[in-house]
Unconditional design. Structure first.
Length: 222
């Protein structure tokens, strides 16, 4: 389904990714693990078409982002950043806006109503109450609440692939378990960056250990 072939990316004078390759099957979860600065987050951002890379190819069902179109690419492949992003309005307002974006222009009214209900259900499964989703502003949510709300949103819009950059980093242990279960239950394929060595074993899936490019030490990006 998703394939990365011989991807090379540099940061200043250092090579972050050197001939990096992977493949992801439908509904599969692939964990990227390795030391900080190894290029895990950079790999996700390249796949999401957010960062440029020097060489290599990324395809979704044999089509590149250029062939598929960038809006269509992002309809199929959704990136969840590690760090908190502030949005205007409430989580529910953001979800409604996301359904109206050009990349999701073919969503019918009945489907939109269904997705809104699904979003609330997913939020509830991750320990978020309806009031915090419908009434609270993003800036009023705690780090863990905001992280769970955006993950629930990304699940509810039903992409084919989730790119998860430490999706539970702001959550306590109990909330982390709820996040893991919600992602598993979604059945959506995912490439999941994690620094928790126990997480891949709890969630299941395939593990890919990333190592530094030959002759290049890991680079810490700020």
């Amino acid at each position: 389904m998703l394939r990365v072939s011989c991807l090379t990316k540099s940061y200043n004078t250092s090579t972050i990714l050197n001939s990096f390759s992977l493949h992801l099957n439908p509904k599969e979860i692939l964990f990227l693990v390795g030391p900080s600065g190894i290029g895990k987050s950079s790999a996700l951002r390249c796949i999401a078409n957010l960062d440029r890379y020097e060489s290599g190819e990324i395809t979704f069902y044999d089509k590149t982002p250029q062939q598929l179109g960038f809006c269509e690419w992002r309809r199929h492949i959704t990136y969840v950043p590690q760090h908190r992003v502030s949005f205007k309005g409430t989580p529910m307002e953001l979800f409604k806006r996301s359904l109206g974006l050009r990349s999701r222009r073919n969503v019918s009214k009945s489907t939109e109503t269904q997705r809104l209900g699904e979003y609330l259900t997913i939020c509830k499964s991750m320990g978020l109450n309806q009031d915090s989703i419908q009434s609270q502003q993003w800036v009023e949510l705690s780090g863990g609440q905001a992280q769970r709300a955006i993950i629930a949103l990304c699940i509810a819009i039903r992409p084919d692939v989730l790119l998860l950059d430490e999706p539970s980093s702001s959550c306590d242990q109990s909330s982390t378990l709820l996040v893991e279960q919600a992602i598993k239950d979604s059945g959506i394929a995912a490439i999941w960056v994690s620094h928790d060595p126990t997480q891949p074993h709890r969630v299941g899936g395939r593990i890919m250990n990333m190592s530094p490019p030959k002759g290049s030490p890991p680079v810490r990006l700020h």
